[in-house]
Design a protein around this ligand. Structure first.
Ligand code: ADE
Length: 240
């Protein structure tokens, strides 16, 4: 059965959006994964289908009602649905490539997209929503964060990416940023491809790439080198 994504949002028109194109779009058309975007407003209250209200205790902005969101979740994901339920939120635990790996190995996802100033805290506990952030900045809603999460997952599904091996050497998979890439022409605007890459010595090429990956990681993301210590021993940076 295909990997199944259900999105709960006030803007279902934002899906599949860019995921309807390119590799993920082709995979969607093939049925390698499925996407269902459901409008939370269908469970809104009254003639105006209200979904939000003023924050208890006062303050600016509006809060998504717990009863409305719970009804949307229950309609989209019944008992026996084994999929993790995530809430996209800048308050969430930061998304990592390791988490993406785990999620794409599972049955799929139910993703709630936050809007307004927040979601009533009680539905987060009451429906076991796990808050996930895509980074330390604030988007205007969870939709673009959900698209980002889905893109990261879908590209790892079997058969979606062009080359089967191209997933294992890339940034983060070995706890390192990637080494630099080059292609023709050999010289361009006075800049030559590093000689080692055109010399045909595959051992030397692998060593050069490892060194470059370490150098770039130390320069840009020293935090990765600290965090990857125990992991890097059994997980070489590049093949060979
Ligand atoms: N919604 C708004 N900002 C977000 C972020 N950084 N990550 C996930 N969801 C969000």
């Amino acid at each position: 059965r295909p990997w199944r994504a259900t999105i709960l949002t006030l803007y279902p028109e934002m899906f599949p959006g860019p995921l309807g194109l390119s590799l993920s779009g082709d995979a969607l058309a093939r049925g390698d994964w499925s996407l269902e975007a459901r409008n939370i407003r269908e469970h809104g209250l009254g003639r105006h289908r209200n979904v939000d209200d003023n924050p208890a205790g006062g303050g600016a902005g509006m809060v998504l009602r717990c009863d409305v969101l719970a009804a949307a979740i229950d309609a989209a994901s019944g008992a026996g649905d084994e999929r993790p339920r995530l809430l996209m939120s800048p308050r969430g635990k930061p998304l990592t490539q390791a988490r993406v790996r785990a999620l794409c190995a599972g049955p799929g996802l139910v993703v709630v997209c936050g809007r307004f100033e927040g979601v009533d805290e009680r539905v987060i506990a009451g429906r076991a929503l796990e808050e996930v952030s895509i980074g330390d900045y604030v988007l205007s809603g969870g939709e673009i964060a959900a698209l980002t999460l889905l893109d990261a997952c879908v590209r790892l599904l079997p058969g979606v990416m062009g080359k089967a091996e191209s997933g294992v050497e890339e940034s983060f998979e070995a706890g390192r940023l990637e080494y630099p890439h080059y292609t023709r022409p050999r010289e361009w605007e006075g800049r030559a491809i590093p000689e080692v890459l055109t010399g045909g010595n595959h051992g030397a090429i692998a060593r050069w790439r490892r060194t470059e990956a370490d150098r770039i990681t130390a320069e840009r993301r020293p935090d990765l080198l600290g965090a990857a210590k125990h992991h890097s021993a059994k997980c070489p940076t590049v093949r060979g």
